[in-house]
Design a protein around this ligand. Sequence first.
Ligand code: PMV
Length: 308
Amino acid sequence: MSCSATACAKVILFGEHAVVYGRPAVALPLPGLRARAEYLPGTSPLSLDAPEIGVTSPLAALSAGHPLRETLRIVCERLGLEVRKGTLRITSGIPVASGLGSGAAVTTAIVRALASAHGIDLAPAQVSAIVFEAEAVYHGTPSGIDNSVIALERPILFIRGTPPQPLDLGAPFDLTIADSGVRSETRVAVGAVRDAWQRDTPTFERLFDEMGACASQSLRALAQGDLAQVGVLMNRNQDVLERLGVSTAGLERIAHAARHAGALGAKLTGAGMGGNIIALGEPHLAAAIRAACEAAGARWVRTTTVQP
Ligand code: PMV
């Protein structure tokens, strides 16, 4: 029997990079933006059908270190499966390498689809742990925030090495997500921050503290639905990301345009050096914020409502 499963994208609202160094961070799922995996049993050797990333071939034809091959190896090992035959079809509406958790979402969908095809029941924490292992192969030192928020599909407070804490939001809010169109590998941005931290540890520790404080202070504002305060903290978080060196002129142009159009706050999200910004705005301003982002060079813009 064929089995399919999906997984959502995510954004980091506060604390990217600092979370790698033990500071708290806040992440939100994007349930409307998803990756999907479908396993179809068959008699031919296992093949992959992932048109969006240009992979349509038998698994055995992929090079040894190919990300999808490695991912499947880890997933099957952890699930105790030998999947030798059939087709694994992967589709995704999540832009790749742009801070929205595309890789973790694809891996989560694969874990869920293969587990369900083989009658294995997994708790979100088990899914999360398997995805974390696969992420570690590509990102070196992932904090675990992406796999956690995607597996739980709930807003979370995340502190590295501890279980994610689901967050209650006091009110729904609109986030506009705008893609600078520049692809950026998490591994590269995380490596650049690590190099800079090694060169000047005291300065970077202070920056991480500042960002951690944004995340901590946001909890009350989020619980009370105080969006003006959430916006102020987002702008402060963006300011620290600029000082960390992971922002770009393109991202800043789009974030400034969003603020100019009335956004309460705007910042890059995820690893930076490209990828997306997020802007918090009142629903009646969403169209104006989207238009401003597009005029500032964004290639892909959408507004999503984050539900409590
Ligand atoms: O993969 P991205 O772009 O969502 O970045 C993940 C967030 C980082 O803090 C930069 C890395 C991590 O592992 O937490």
